[in-house]
Design a protein around this ligand. Structure first.
Ligand code: CMX
Length: 133
């Protein structure tokens, strides 16, 4: 099991970026939009694991719905796997509700998929593997 990043849904990304800069002197090493997920992502290196700030850029994106329902906060844990496509099929065969028809292209050069939080102890889990060259 390898934790790759922690996703945090933020309502006002500038406030959180300023906080991280003030508290840790940290700035994102990458900012990237993932239009298929309706988000802009801001990645921090937190020493062996990454933090991903998630800013909704489309109305009714998963993050927009999450913030409207819960407010900003911890959104998901992402685990690194060798081959997201293989694990997508494997977890589906185990009876878990994998979300979407297939893994998709995510931020930070990853192929990603999610499992419904109701099947994973209430924590939304992402599985990601490096994009093949
Ligand atoms: N963590 C824990 N529970 C969550 C959750 C989250 N992030 N998001 C939703 N839930 C819970 C809801 O509270 C709800 O529980 P109750 O039925 O007890 O109220 C249940 O899951 C269903 O949620 P919903 O609000 O009714 O439904 P949504 O339409 O928002 O769908 C989900 C939820 C997980 C299927 C959807 O958010 C999804 O497909 N997520 C995967 C994609 C994603 O999250 N993308 C954003 C990140 C992109 C990135 O990192 O690049």
């Amino acid at each position: 099991m390898k934790l790759e990043h922690i996703g945090i849904a933020v309502a006002d990304v500038e406030t959180t970026r300023n906080l991280f800069q003030l508290v840790f002197g940290a700035v994102p090493y990458k900012t990237e939009e993932v239009l298929s997920e309706g988000v802009r992502t801001h990645f921090y290196d937190a020493g062996g694991v990454k933090l991903e700030l998630l800013e909704s850029i489309l109305p009714d994106s998963a993050v927009d719905r999450f913030i409207k329902k819960n407010g900003q906060g911890l959104h998901h844990l992402a685990f690194s796997v060798d081959d997201a496509a293989r694990d997508f099929d494997r977890l589906k065969e185990l009876g878990l509700r994998v979300l979407g028809e297939a893994p998709s292209s995510g931020a930070d050069d990853k192929v990603i998929f999610f499992v419904h939080p109701k099947d994973t102890s209430g924590v939304l889990m992402e599985f990601c593997s490096p994009k093949k060259p």
